[in-house]
Design a protein around this ligand. Structure first.
Ligand SMILES: [Zn+2]
Length: 162
């Protein structure tokens, strides 16, 4: 049987220059998921009004509240980061978000548990060259890097043969 092929594009961190990525993706009719934290100690995050603008045409995914690598904090802190990030975006956009991306792709057993328990339907990692449909929807691979990755799937995956 022919295996279905999927492609999704994700843009992580909500940097102000991601508005340009959104423009280009729109220009070429491509869908993508933008994973955005409320804050990021590594670099700036765009304004909430720009996040809303991107959300008009693209899916927004959870990327924690303050972009902490989840493998370095305890379960209660992980849960708070994941839930606070989800609640913040849902309040901002007035709708449920279902896709999550682990900051820096760092995932362990506790992070997996917290993301599942927080109501997400799937999560992306930064595991390289994992481009088969994953057995666990909370461990989608990421082909390139966490900053801009073409990876296998989230909620907006589509069959690229069509
Ligand atoms: Zn990130």
């Amino acid at each position: 049987m022919d295996k279905a092929k999927y492609l999704t594009i994700s843009v992580d961190d909500g940097h102000p220059t991601d508005l340009r990525s959104a423009e280009l993706l729109s220009k070429y009719g491509l869908k993508a998921t933008f994973y955005i934290p409320k804050a990021n100690p590594e670099r700036g995050v765009m304004s909430e009004s720009n996040i809303k603008k991107i959300a008009e045409n693209f899916e927004i995914g959870g990327h924690t509240y303050s972009h902490q690598p989840l493998n370095r904090i305890d379960y209660d802190q992980i849960k708070k980061e994941v839930e606070d990030g989800k609640n913040w975006i849902e309040q901002l956009l007035g709708k449920e978000i279902i896709a999550f991306c682990y900051p820096q792709g760092k995932v362990n057993r506790l992070a997996l548990k917290a993301v599942k328990a927080s109501g997400f339907k799937g999560a992306r990692t930064c595991m390289y060259n994992l481009n088969d449909f994953p057995r666990d929807p909370f461990l989608w691979g990421g082909k390139y890097t966490c900053l801009f990755s073409f990876h296998t799937n989230t909620s907006q995956a589509r069959d690229i043969r069509k």
